[in-house]
Design a protein around this ligand. Structure first.
Ligand SMILES: [Zn+2]
Length: 154
């Protein structure tokens, strides 16, 4: 999934790390011939890459970044009270991760990651939902679920 670079910092290993709009971090290295990014070591050129786009494979795998804080929890809902907005295709806001947690019964879930997620979750399952990723919840029977929203620590 294409993301925007919000900024850079130096990682523990001394290499530059891009901070991305999905809240993932991604090392940016200049190691020719395999990683050819000489701009990362030049202050002005690196600054010029803030706001540019970059592919994030961690988002395609729906791997939630570490170190996020729970912002709020929505629900719990059952099969009759699940809001209409969650049943149609929708997206979480930029820089906000969702976490679907099924506490009873089961529910179908679809998400337009690459490859697409199209699964049925039973009680005890949870699924991270990357910011801006189109997804929907499909009622298949009795269920009880909550949706958590995670973001940057306050
Ligand atoms: Zn990402």
């Amino acid at each position: 999934m294409i993301r925007v670079i919000d900024g850079f910092h130096v990682g523990d290993d001394g290499d530059w790390v891009a901070e991305m709009s999905c809240l993932h971090n991604q090392h940016i290295r200049h190691r020719p011939p395999f990683q050819n990014r000489p701009w990362i070591n030049n202050d002005a050129e690196r600054s010029g890459h803030v706001g540019s786009s970059i592919e994030c494979p961690l988002c395609d795998r729906a791997e939630m970044p570490e170190g996020l804080s729970l912002l709020r929890t929505a629900g719990p809902w059952d099969q009759d009270r699940l809001p209409k907005g969650l049943r149609g295709s929708h997206r979480t806001a930029e820089r906000v991760w969702g976490m679907l947690r099924v506490t009873e019964g089961e529910v179908a879930f679809q998400m337009e990651t690459v490859p697409v997620v199209d699964v049925c979750f039973s009680a005890g399952s949870s699924q991270p939902i990357p910011p801006g990723m189109s997804h929907k919840v499909v009622i298949v029977g009795p269920v009880r679920l909550v949706v958590e929203f995670w973001g940057e620590p306050r």
